[in-house]
Design a protein around this ligand. Structure first.
Ligand code: SF4
Ligand code: SF4
Length: 61
């Protein structure tokens, strides 16, 4: 099963991924970093392609 995983040390909390996710699986935690709701994520990879910081990646989990 593939899910998006965010490296919070690289994330700049821009919110681009949250805006692009078709499942509304991403939220920005206290303006600091993106959090993925793995129950909603379908591993489509849209967030990975959209992230300007290269911090969110779809991985086999
Ligand atoms: S992989 Fe797709 S469904 Fe999962 S968080 Fe990224 S954009 Fe949303
Ligand atoms: S697009 Fe990338 S840098 Fe921006 S909030 Fe999402 S994971 Fe963080």
């Amino acid at each position: 099963m593939r899910k998006a995983v965010n490296d919070i040390n690289r994330c700049v909390a821009c919110g681009v991924c949250a805006g692009e996710c078709p499942r509304e699986a991403i939220s920005i935690y206290k303006g600091c970093y993106a959090v993925i709701d793995t129950a909603k994520c379908v591993g489509c990879g849209i967030c990975q392609r959209a992230c300007p910081a290269g911090s969110v990646k779809v991985e086999e989990v």
